[in-house]
Design a protein around this ligand. Sequence first.
Ligand SMILES: Nc1nc2c(ncn2[C@@H]2O[C@H](COP(=O)(O)OP(=O)(O)OP(=O)(O)O)[C@@H](O)[C@H]2O)c(=O)[nH]1
Ligand SMILES: [Mg+2]
Length: 261
Amino acid sequence: MPYYIIVLGTAGSGKTSLTSVLQTYLVSHQLDAIAVNLDPAVESLPYKPDVDIREYVNTRDIMKKTGLGPNGALIASIDMIMSNIEDLKEEISSYRANYIIIDTPGQMEIFAFRPTGPLVLSAIVGDAKAVSLFLADITYAARPSSLFSALLLSASTHFRLKYPQINVLTKIDLLPGEEVEKILEMIEDPELLASSISSERELRLLWDMSDIEYISEKLAMFETIPVSNVTGEGFDNLYASIQRIVAGGEDYYTEEPNPML
Ligand SMILES: Nc1nc2c(ncn2[C@@H]2O[C@H](COP(=O)(O)OP(=O)(O)OP(=O)(O)O)[C@@H](O)[C@H]2O)c(=O)[nH]1
Ligand SMILES: [Mg+2]
């Protein structure tokens, strides 16, 4: 059975770039990985998708045909994926790949927080093992309250999709190393995160520090991996973390040998 890696995150967090870099990484380690573009609204991709949802459903065409705006047309497109789901599943499994990386639509709330997105994913994944990567742009996480908010969104995504999850902080090439360390420290230390939030100016919170601390402790349930899609930094750690979840730590092997090799 293949392993599914589902790439999620807010608009512009780096899903498409990470899909491309991760596929290249896996393939360069002699692993058989395909990339599935599940974003029917994307205009251009930095990778060549092995399976492309736009061959089934295209948001731009739906906009033209129906006169819907971009969000309405995206909602309609994702709903339409379900009527093509059998063909899509068949095309994905025809590759007999060991790793299947799924790049999801930019508007995460339309995909993860409406009924169809999770249905599409569970139809594709079936009984196979899967891991969600929740991407957050680290340049926004530099502010403690924004970091807290990203962690809440990550948890919320997990409650919608229910796969084991890894938090991936993208774009670390844009911050000095010490800043990245400080952010990781805050994630690991709920007391520090709570006190950093409460010392932010002009923040009027309804929650007091002990609430934030308590919740932060719960939110630290996923591993956090900092990466750069530009320099490739962090991908060894990301791969190791994915492997711990899907294969219980076995290196470079999936459960069954690939019959195509
Ligand atoms: N510096 C830097 N830029 C990045 C990184 N990852 C992505 N970007 C840039 O961020 C922008 C958005 O990246 P995408 O990969 O398209 O992000 P996405 O989440 O797929 O975006 P949507 O699907 O449109 O929501 C692009 O301009 C990328 O070049 C990174 O690690 N470092
Ligand atoms: Mg994208």
